[in-house]
Write a protein that binds this ligand. Structure first.
Ligand code: UGA
Length: 442
């Protein structure tokens, strides 16, 4: 059994902490936000993530996990994780303020520690952060010797929201970047954590490990933008369908079928921030990142395809009542950060449309963004009431089962823009609904 501290109890940190405790270790979660600490200790997750609440309740009951705002607790741990956020700065570069303060707190608490501590950086950070910032800060604050008293590995995470608990329990691979000894300590920790389920390990230096995270997210985002580019081409060719293109190329084992769902673009707290950060880093060291730049610019335009299609179906949007189904950046989360619904709603409002929106989990978060400029419906069917057009912005499962008859009965003028390709176009068109979809040429 290990004693583990986790610095930063956001979506990555809390899931990591709770999963490691669930696997039989003793974990303390450290976060300066007293309110957040209280909520977590009461057994509530401060954000929606499937299975997290159940896990949290279990580990609190077993006393294998607790949260605190007191970073001195870290002195008792043999492993410390840094899982704080690395938000984007105005120029697209990353803000390392929270990483810095976590490193300082770790350093400070290590003064009271006897014995080695391994620090694992899970936060997404630009190459050089571990070597040039975290290690020197911990050394300075602790008065300890790097390599003898502590080690710091870059150990990026690949949890995706909505599936984070599963990803943490069953990762595809583990990346460990650092010097030989610290990498060995990390490897031993993970071998004990996952036992016979230990996935493939990639051992490398810290800069490469830091870059792997950006390479991973950039690749996935470029892949989505790539299929979106073909979706846009399909839309101009009568009868062409991007769904068949995704199927056709996805069966090529070299390409693979995942992340080929065409839609209104990628969002969330990771892809947009990470692509901007790597583009800004490339600029700083004079290396063009043109593929990433192209994906960013394509993605900025993609949400507006929804408006284009809505105008095609119902004409001028001024005074029209538009139902937006789905606000979260993807299903199974209440996260609205950089969600495509934001530019869509803003554009609809600018065009004078009346917007009524529904999302199974994200309404409270949406209210902080749109306030009373839009209406919020209590469920999807009510959302459609007397509307002139419906835009599917997030592919929640519960929207997939809405029958064409429901749209016909509830809407004033049944017209659907399927921005996430959840419906069978012939079925909806046969029912007499005006229907348009991303990547469907008509
Ligand atoms: C992403 C990565 O998938 C994780 O591996 C990574 O750990 C995480 O970022 C992070 O950096 O912390 P996440 O942002 O939770 O995870 O969401 P994804 O499931 O990757 O989706 C990102 C966006 O791409 C969403 O807006 C989604 O709707 C969109 N997407 C995804 C598509 O439009 N089409 C697809 O086929 C797949």
């Amino acid at each position: 059994m290990h004693r583990v501290s986790v610095f930063g109890l956001g979506p990555v940190g809390l899931v990591t902490a709770v999963c490691i405790a669930h696997a039989g270790n003793s974990v303390v979660g450290i976060d300066p936000d007293v309110q957040r600490v209280r909520i977590i200790n009461d057994g509530e997750a401060p954000f929606y993530e499937p299975s997290l609440r159940e896990y949290l309740k279990e580990v609190l009951k077993k006393r294998s996990f607790s949260a605190t705002d007191n970073s001195v607790e870290n002195a008792k741990s043999d492993v410390a994780f840094i899982t704080v956020g690395t938000p984007g700065a105005r120029d697209g570069s990353i803000n390392l303020e929270y990483v810095k303060s976590a490193a300082e707190s770790i350093g400070h608490s290590l003064r009271a520690r006897h014995g080695y501590q391994l620090v694992l950086i899970k936060s997404t950070v630009i190459p050089g952060t571990n070597r040039q910032l975290v290690k020197p800060l911990i050394e300075k604050e602790s008065g300890k010797v790097l390599g003898r008293d502590f080690g710091v590995c870059s150990n990026p995470e690949f949890l995706h929201e909505g599936n984070a608990v599963y990803d943490c329990d069953s990762p595809d691979r583990i990346i460990i970047g650092g010097e030989t000894h610290e990498v060995e300590v990390a490897e031993k920790f993970y071998s004990e954590l996952y036992g016979k389920n230990l996935p493939a390990l990639v051992r490398t230096n810290s800069e490469t490990a830091e870059l792997i995270k950006y390479a991973n997210n950039s690749f996935l985002a470029v892949k989505v933008s790539y299929i979106n580019m073909f979706a846009n081409l399909c839309q101009e060719i009568p009868g062409a369908d991007v769904e068949d293109i995704a199927k056709g190329i996805g069966l090529d084992k070299r390409i693979g079928s995942m992340f080929l769902r065409a839609g209104l673009g990628w969002g969330g707290s990771c892809f947009p921030k990470d692509l901007r950060a790597i583009a800004s880093f490339g600029k700083r060291i004079n290396v063009p990142t043109s593929l990433v730049d192209a994906a960013i610019s394509l993605n900025e335009q993609q949400p507006l395809k929804a408006i284009e299609l809505a105008e095609k179906l119902v004409g001028n949007l001024t005074g029209k009542r538009v139902a937006v189904l789905g606000l979260a950046f993807k299903p199974d989360t209440d996260d609205l950060r950089e969600a495509v619904s934001i530019p869509i709603v803003r554009d609809l409002l600018e065009k004078g449309a009346i917007v009524v929106a529904y999302d199974p989990t994200a309404i409270d978060n949406a209210k902080t963004i749109f306030g009373n400029r839009i209406e919020y419906a209590k469920d999807s069917v009510t959302c459609l009431d007397q509307s002139d057009c419906c835009i599917i912005a997030t592919e929640w499962n519960e929207f997939k089962t809405i029958a064409p008859e429901t749209f016909l009965n509830k809407m004033r003028m049944p017209a659907i823009v399927d921005g996430r390709r959840i419906y069978d176009p012939p079925r909806f068109m046969r029912a007499g609904i005006k229907f348009a979809a991303i990547g469907l040429g008509q």
